[in-house]
Design a protein around this ligand. Sequence first.
Ligand code: GDP
Length: 297
Amino acid sequence: MIVLSGGTGTPKLLRGMKEVADFEVVVNTAEDIWISGNKICPDIDSVIYSLAEIIDENRWWGIRGDSFRTHEALKKLGVDEFMMIGDLDRATHIMRSELLRKGKSLVETTLEVARAYGVKQRIFPMCNEDVASIVVTREGEMHFQEFWVKRRGTPEVLDVYFRGIEKAKIPEEVRRALEKDEEVLIGPSNPITSILPILSVENMREILREKKVVAISPIVGRNPISGPAGKFMKAKGFEVSPMGVFEIYKDFLSVLIVDESDSALVSEKIVATNTIMKNKEDAIRLSEFVLKVFDSL
Ligand code: GDP
């Protein structure tokens, strides 16, 4: 199975999936940003930390029990580091950036970092090229991280686009993995800023039309469980609902899994179960359900 992932909902699921199935992960990189000299790949890091079982489960980013001494020291020196980067988390960013500066690609770098954390699954960035989710607001255009972290997601969103996406290529390793594997899972991630960038790399959508694709809705009822997915879906003209998610994926989707509280939506291509993951057991239960859905296709 190949899993398409962002940095919160899908990593939550992967922590359970690793107990019941083999998979490889293709991760969104449109939220990546250079900060204090290092390249931060927030979604890749969350996937790696989740699979290594060291993720901070309260925030669902960074490393559990991390300290922030370097961040505080930088602040004292007058450096405005707008993301709260933990000391151990920063070690990952330093390792990655050193490899990149030595000329390694993001694919090679990501495989190496994941291996260093003892992760068995192969983790791939969606591309080697730089892509950025740009949020168009009433107050101007800003990088996703500026919108979400610095401005706390408050500006009114008019549109979202992916800067650099025209130059992005599906990495050879991802292409080969997709050729081998029939099953693709889209985890419960933000459909606009986590999954749409991956779908927008070259002919990804066409490739998915040939696959069995199952997706889990990150929207329950009329709201996301967390994060700005609602604002972005609305700005892109989609209903903020599981049906809005279905609409975004409908040209290639085999089945959408919605929460049991939305069971009124069940139809030929929509099935329902409890999709809320409060702990690892919930993630294992949902992963087993996903496997049953694939078996039925
Ligand atoms: P980001 O990169 O940090 O934005 O993270 P993702 O895109 O991977 O995940 C964000 C999405 O995960 C949000 O839209 C949430 O609604 C969804 N999400 C978070 N936790 C859960 C959960 O337990 N169940 C479901 N179904 N969705 C979740």
